[in-house]
Design a protein around this ligand. Structure first.
Ligand SMILES: *[C@@H]1O[C@H](CO)[C@@H](O)[C@H](O)[C@H]1NC(C)=O
Length: 268
């Protein structure tokens, strides 16, 4: 009913003013990336510009993911900021991003952000005349503790490359590479992948079997783990010596290479 009501008002105002919009959002969507447990607070702003005198009925709301219930609400002319749901008790309700009466509490200052607060936040700025949305993607990631890659000989003349990574958030990408001395590295597709979740993080196990005949001598296999939208990349490698006919058993090795994990802080 309320939505219909605002729609009617919106429509009539649009007709009267020839469709003039009174709220402007000019900034591109935001992306903020932080490592879990490394910052005390982050600010997600909701930048907008109001046309002169067009602040009647102004309401600022923030939504998380597709949840239709706001996680934060502030009505400049009426009620103090409130945080609910996933943000209850996690936001500094006193925070002022601006001294302006219509902008003062538009931003979220999230305290001690942790992985479960990851996701897209949408700010809705609505007045009697207009409504605009602004999106901020927040990623609080947790790096893999270690990435392990090794080979197993489960059948003659065959090798299975296994890669395991635990305790990562959000869900990482993982792929196996065959590094040949004389050619370009090849991504080993069609691997078998198992993804499980525990304590709010992801564990991945990937394996791919190859025939010794397809390998030209000693071969290095790499397992590459990345977290989308972050600079996190961890690579581990192992070396495999194919069995020669009548030769000795294949050598299997586990090696863990120190990860290259780059943390980039986007402009707050
Ligand atoms: C994130 O950090 C918090 C606090 O530092 C910690 O309790 C939590 O276990 C961490 N989560 C992950 C997934 O590492």
């Amino acid at each position: 009913m309320k939505i219909w009501h605002s729609y009617l008002i919106y429509t009539s105002v649009a007709l009267l003013t020839g469709g003039t919009e009174s709220i402007q959002v000019e900034e591109p969507p935001g992306l903020k990336v932080f490592e879990n447990g490394t910052v005390n607070d982050i600010v997600l702003d909701c930048p907008f510009v109001l046309e002169e005198g067009d602040s009647a009925g102004l309401v600022i709301k923030w939504f998380h993911l597709t949840n239709p219930v706001a996680v934060y609400q502030w009505i400049p002319s009426g009620s103090a900021p409130q945080a609910t749901g996933i943000l209850e008790g996690r936001v500094d309700l006193e925070y002022q991003v601006s001294q302006d009466n219509y902008h003062r509490h538009r931003a979220l200052r999230i305290l001690q952000p942790t992985t479960e607060l990851t996701g897209q936040y949408t700010c809705s700025i609505s007045s009697f005349n207009d409504e605009k949305l602004y999106k901020q993607n927040l990623i609080i990631y947790s790096e893999p503790q270690e990435v392990k890659v090794w080979t197993e000989q489960r059948d003659e003349q065959e090798v299975t490359v296994v890669c395991e990574v635990n305790h990562v958030f959000p869900q990482p990408r993982l792929y196996l590479l065959q590094v040949s001395p004389a050619a370009e590295s090849v991504v080993l597709s069609d691997g078998k992948k198992v993804i499980t979740q525990s304590q709010g993080t992801y564990n991945l196990l990937m394996e791919r079997t190859m025939s010794d005949h397809d390998l030209a001598g000693a071969t290095v296999f790499q397992c590459v783990v990345t977290i989308p939208d972050t600079q996190v990349q961890v690579i581990a490698a192992t070396k495999y010596h194919p069995t020669k006919t009548g030769g000795s058993a294949a050598h299997s090795a586990v090696s863990v290479v120190a990860g290259i994990a780059l943390l980039v802080l986007w402009r707050v």
